[in-house]
Ligand binder design. Structure first.
Ligand SMILES: [Zn+2]
Length: 273
């Protein structure tokens, strides 16, 4: 069976509604890395709900590894609607970074609490396991699959993940900002040699002028990274929900035309290794 990446959600902020968003998609961030022996999921935006239905519909599902980057609501909102976590038939391990608020588990627990959501973490299947870690730690994900992590510049922090084995290598940085040159250089170093880099591309050259400190990259930042990682395919993600598809495409056009290793992420699209 082939290994592939599939985009289940590519929007930042809140899910988009309307035909002007059909091409890039409507759901917030969720990416599947499908391997023969494991399903790895990056973030639990609204796109994880249909991914859950897909997993439930299969005759057999390999163990699920869920890697949460941070606890902003656009990256968590789908998790209560991810059916595998309520069923003993599925094995899910959920990795939770300890960020500025401290315990990752407590951050998730706040989200699964009234009045935000009526159901608490206690009702999840006992087959769901949680593992906290500090960004910067590296750990194995089972068999030959390895995971490296780094802390990203984002309000409250976010986690960059690199997951790899002998046949796949993907780096995910959904929300990150270019404020300090040191961390920006580190980010490029972290991703060096990766096959796919899924990268925040929220803002146009114009938007970034008023949005420094909001935690996201501009298309020019993405172009700068693309020039330093020419052998990596960079999938541009976290499309601003205020921007219809036509705007996303025209904002990205200046860098897409310059760097052939850039691709705009579209919901439901798959990328093979
Ligand atoms: Zn976000």
């Amino acid at each position: 069976m082939d290994s592939y990446l599939k985009i289940w959600g590519s929007r930042g902020g809140v899910p988009a509604s309307g035909p002007e968003f059909n091409e890039m998609g409507h759901a917030t961030i969720c990416i599947e890395l499908s391997l023969p022996s494991r399903t790895v999921i990056f973030d639990a935006g609204s796109g994880i709900a249909p991914l859950g239905e897909h997993i439930v519909s299969k005759e057999q599902s390999p163990p699920i590894t869920l890697l949460i980057g941070h606890y902003h609501v656009d990256h968590l909102m789908g998790l209560p609607f991810f059916r595998p976590i309520y069923s003993d038939e599925f094995q899910t391990t959920c990795y939770l970074p300890n960020l500025v608020e401290g315990s990752g588990w407590k951050s998730l627990d706040r989200f699964f609490s009234p009045p935000l959501f009526p159901v608490s973490l206690d009702v999840l299947s006992s087959t769901v396991q949680f593992r906290e870690f500090n960004p910067g730690e590296n750990f194995p994900l089972g068999e030959d699959l390895q995971c490296r992590t780094m802390l990203l510049e984002h309000p409250g922090g976010n986690t960059g993940y690199r997951v790899y084995n002998h046949s796949v290598d993907v780096t995910v940085m959904t929300d990150v900002e270019n404020i300090h040159p040191g961390p920006f250089a580190e980010l490029v170093q972290f991703a060096k040699g990766t096959r796919y880099l899924i990268l925040d591309s929220s803002y146009s050259s114009e938007q970034i002028k008023t949005k420094r400190g909001w935690g996201h990259l501009s298309v020019d930042d993405v172009g700068q990274i693309a020039s330093q990682l020419p052998a990596t395919t960079i999938l541009m993600i976290h499309h601003d929900v205020m921007k219809p598809d036509a705007q996303v495409k025209s904002d990205a056009a200046r860098v897409l035309g310059t760097y052939p290793n850039l691709v705009l992420c579209r919901e439901t699209e798959s990328y093979y290794f």
